[in-house]
Design a protein around this ligand. Structure first.
Ligand code: C2E
Ligand code: CA
Ligand code: CA
Ligand code: CA
Length: 272
């Protein structure tokens, strides 16, 4: 027992040391990677049920490093939020998305790109509004080609709320729309729905993965769909991996689906 205990403790601390080390390397390399174009954006299609057409692609950031390997966004974004580079990462993704949206306009005029944003990017005055307006002007991208996904996983401070709301409203006036992301996973769904100018909700994939195996999840998802629709919102389900899930969600009345069953994230050059 003593040996096992000792072994476990030392391997645990070795692991967390490795984690810390990786974290610190990611932190240190981030700025150079951004400068050297080592970041990339991939795009995942979203199928609109009524028209049976892909109308939206979600932009997802990628970073591949020779030593660190694949650094996924769930690892990268929190570190960027801490070291302040989230503004630069966000600007990079929005710019790439805007450029792609402009390229797509000729051949696929009804397509828009949806970009994930961290509430940190809103800053506390007009940071997000200024950044976004600037990028759209530079790239000559019409604002209605871009949607922003706001996650409810991370809360913002009460004093930030007014600034976020007013920036969102100003952006909405220019034609940008907002999606409440990861719907159902945070604690603030109702508050967000009540106070923020959102027009779509995206039901998180944790609910979709157990949709057909847990009766309670099915009831929950049905409830989320009914409730969202009664608020006049467009409902998206993400993480749809099987035909069975797709059919069930269609029957429940979702407006759009996204997931490996519809399509995996692809490079911009594969879409144009
Ligand atoms: P999310 O917004 O919930 O994005 C969906 C994630 O699920 C993506 O992971 C996507 O690749 C993955 N996915 C898509 N379809 C399926 C499926 O059918 N099954 C399963 N199991 N997974 C699927 P990814 O790209 O690793 O992104 C993870 C999270 O990181 C995103 O979650 C989003 O919150 C955040 N993120 C990604 N790109 C950005 C970005 O540019 N800025 C910010 N602030 N956050 C980002
Ligand atoms: Ca998202
Ligand atoms: Ca998200
Ligand atoms: Ca999600």
């Amino acid at each position: 027992i003593t040996d096992q205990g000792g072994g476990r403790i030392s391997s645990l601390s070795a692991d967390s040391h490795k984690d810390l080390n990786r974290r610190s390397n990611i932190d240190k390399k981030m700025l150079t990677a951004l400068d050297h174009n080592s970041f990339e954006v991939v795009y995942q299609p979203q199928l609109d049920i009524a028209s049976d057409k892909v109308k939206v692609y979600e932009a997802l950031v990628r970073w591949e490093d020779a030593e660190l390997g694949h650094i996924n966004p769930e690892e990268l974004i929190p570190i960027a939020e801490e070291n302040g580079l989230i503004h630069a990462v966000g600007a990079y993704v929005i710019e790439e998305a805007a450029k792609l949206a402009v390229k797509l306009t000729a051949e696929k005029p009804d397509i828009s790109i949806s970009v994930n944003t961290s509430v940190r990017e809103f800053g506390n005055s007009s940071q997000m509004k200024d950044k976004l307006t600037g990028i759209l002007q530079e790239t000559m991208c019409p604002p209605d080609k871009i949607q922003l996904e706001i996650t409810e996983k991370f809360a913002f401070q009460a004093e930030q709320e007014q600034s976020i709301i007013s920036q969102m409203k100003a952006l909405q006036d220019t034609g940008i729309s907002f999606i409440l992301d990861d719907f159902g996973t945070g604690y603030a769904s109702f508050r967000y729905m009540q106070n923020l100018p959102i027009s779509k909700v995206k039901i998180d994939r944790v609910f979709i993965s157990s949709l057909l195996t847990m009766p309670k999840t099915r009831q929950l998802v049905e409830g989320m769909i009914l409730f969202s629709k009664s608020m006049g919102l467009y409902v998206i389900a993400e993480g749809v991996e099987t035909e069975e899930q797709f059919e069930a969600l269609k029957e429940m009345g979702v407006d759009a689906v996204q997931g490996y069953f519809i399509g995996t994230p692809k490079k911009g050059t594969e879409i144009v």
